[in-house]
Every structure is written in C-alpha cells, then in structure tokens.
Write a new protein. Structure first.
Length: 331
C-alpha cells in the first residue's frame, strides 16, 4: 500500500514537471511558418547588405552616408509591432526606451504583401523606387517619399527588420508584414544626405567601406540579451539571471521533495496516511459493545461500593458507642 502511494505521488509530480517543461518549450516560440525569424543570419545578411548596396548607389551621389549594421533591439521592436498585424506607424518610436534601450527617435519603414511573394529584396527595392518621384534639387516629392528618405538617411547606421505572417491586412489575406527600424531615425525635415563624391564628408575617425562611412566603434554589435519592448504582447519567454535562479530553485525543491518522500516516509509509515483515523461502521459497533459492557461493570462495582460503605458506617457507630462507654468508666 505504501509503495503504491509513493508511486502515485511520484507519477503526479513527474507529470506536472513534464507539463511545465512542455509549456516552456512552447512559449519559446517554435515558428511553424516559412517566413524567416528576425534573428535568422541569412535574413539579416540579406537586408543589411541590400541597405548598404542601395545607400552606396544614390543619385546624386552622397558624400556622408553611413555604413549600416544590424541591431537586435531594433529587430525585436519590428517583430513586436508586426505581431499586431496593422499597417500603421508604430506609436512607441518617439518614447524613451520604448523601442530601443539606447536610442530615442527610431525610424521605421513598412511593407505589406502576400506571404508567398515576400522577399526582403522586393520590399526594400520598392522603398528605393520612391527616388523616382523624389526631387533632390528641390527637396520635394510628387507623392510620399518617406520610405526612400529614411532608407538613404545619412545619420542612420543601425537597422533591424522583422517579417510577420498575418491572416489578413486590408484586402490581402495571408499577408506578410515587413518592418524595418532605424537608429538614429531620419527626421525627414531636410534632404536625406549631402551631395558629393562618396566618403568625402565622413567623420574624422571614419573609414570608407562600400562607398559609405564606417567606424569600428560605432559599428560594433551590442547584443541586448535581456531587452525586449515592454509593450510587446504576448511577452516572449526570456530567461534572465533571476529566472535561471528561480528555475534552479524549483529543481532543487523538486529533488528535495522526492528525497523526503523516498527516505522519510518509509521510516514513519503513518506520517501521511489518514486512512487509520477514519471510523468504519464495523469498528464503531464493536466500540459500542465494549462501551456497554464497560458501563455494566461500572454499575456493578458501584453497587458493591455502596454496600461496603453501609457496613463501614455501622462499624464506626459501634466504635463511637464503645468510646462513650470508655469515657463513662474513666469518670
Ligand atoms: C517642387 O519644387 C519646385 C520648386 O519650388 C516646384 O516648381 C515643383 O512644382 C515642386 N514639385 C512638387 C511635386 O511639389
Ligand atoms: C507617408 O507615408 C508614411 C508611411 O506610410 C506616413 O507615416 C506619412 O505620414 C506619409 N506622409 C505624407 C506626407 O503623407
């Protein structure tokens, strides 16, 4: 019986444990879609490379455009906003530390189209196409050139993109929503760059890479491991040091409870069993019978005691009389 109980308890604990593990794995984002994940290296190389290629190829030529590198926080912000599946500008771009842990005033470009037609190249080249309606000389646009101006904005040097599958956006079913975020963001209040021969207006410590101004310090990659946009919903499962500590603590607690059950319980077999405290109908009847016999005995004993007392009373009276007689003889 005890072995059975132990097995049951262990099995229950194991089930709970496996369930938690499964939930953790599920929460960590197993992506079934064929669209690339925002930290997919090939995807990153493709869109960062294309950004730099197009920036080095502006007309009229630019003298101060910066080389771009990937930023993980920007790509997470792009993913977090993409999850909403709306073709609207991110409302958190201007708020401090809401879209990036270091930069404020983040830039954004968006593309939406059928999921099976998406490539990063198609989306980014569609933004670059806006240069045909942009007039650099007059700094005006016959339409909306905001994508192009951000794409070739001279001061921007960090980029992070993400593509999200959406059931429906506008008239497009099975849509792909592609978002790129830029830091520092373009203000779009002036011409996007200074005209001239490439790399002739770079910073003092800058080098020239692919006709763009690069800088080892500026272009260093920072992996913000535990930073995620606070407004992301649902929040991704991130195990920071506190979370790792709690996880370890739970494992220790689990092992400890197993240890207690396997070692302490056999030594005190009744410690957790309530079965023996329960009154069964048989037992109570037996108890009633024994109780009745006990009361009968008590009654008998009581009668005997009364008889004895009466006898004792008699003898004490006789003694008193004897004492009186003794007193009389003395006087
Ligand atoms: C751009 O500016 C020039 C000069 O101010 C003007 O002639 C032209 O019509 C403008 N074009 C657009 C599309 O606004
Ligand atoms: C141009 O398009 C962008 C993005 O769709 C939008 O945020 C911006 O307000 C538009 N600008 C104008 C002048 O229409």
């Amino acid at each position: 019986m005890e072995a059975e109980w132990l097995l049951l308890a262990l099995r229950g604990a194991l089930k709970l444990w496996l369930c938690e593990l499964w939930l953790l794995l599920l929460g960590s984002g197993v992506n079934a879609h064929f669209l690339p994940h925002e930290e997919d290296v090939d995807f990153i190389n493709e869109y960062v490379g294309l950004h730099n290629e197009l920036r080095g190829d502006v007309y009229p030529g630019g003298s101060n455009l910066r080389f771009m590198t990937w930023d993980v926080a920007l790509s997470r912000t792009a993913r977090a906003w993409g999850k909403k599946c709306v073709f609207k500008r991110n409302t958190h771009l201007e708020d401090i530390q809401m879209s990036h842990p270091v930069f404020n005033g983040i830039g954004e470009n968006m593309w939406v189209g059928p999921e099976n037609e998406f490539t990063a190249s198609i989306a980014i080249r569609s933004w670059f196409e806006e240069r045909k309606i942009y007039n650099f000389e007059n700094d005006n646009c016959s339409g909306n050139c905001s994508h192009y101006v951000q794409l070739v904005w001279d001061k921007s040097y960090k980029v992070g993109c993400a593509v999200t599958p959406c059931p429906r956006i506008g008239n497009i079913v099975h849509a792909a929503l592609f978002i790129c975020n830029y830091a520092p963001g373009g203000t779009l209040t002036r011409r996007p760059y200074q005209e001239g021969v490439f790399c002739t207006r770079c910073g003092i410590r800058d080098k020239c890479t692919d006709r763009l101004c690069s800088n080892a310090d500026r272009d260093q990659a920072t992996y913000y491991q535990f930073w995620y946009p606070s407004w992301e919903d649902p929040r991704p499962v991130v195990c920071n040091p506190v979370c790792v500590f709690i996880l370890l603590l739970r494992i220790v607690c689990f092992l400890l409870s197993v240890l207690i059950v396997t070692i302490v319980q056999p030594q005190f077999p009744n410690i957790l069993l309530e079965r023996q405290m329960v009154f069964t109908p048989e037992g109570s009847e037996r108890r009633k019978k024994t109780l009745q016999t006990q009361t009968k005995e008590v009654e008998k004993e009581g009668e005997q005691e009364i008889g004895e007392e009466q006898e004792e009373g008699k003898s004490s009276e006789e003694e008193e009389e004897e004492e009186k007689e003794e007193d009389v003889s003395e006087t």
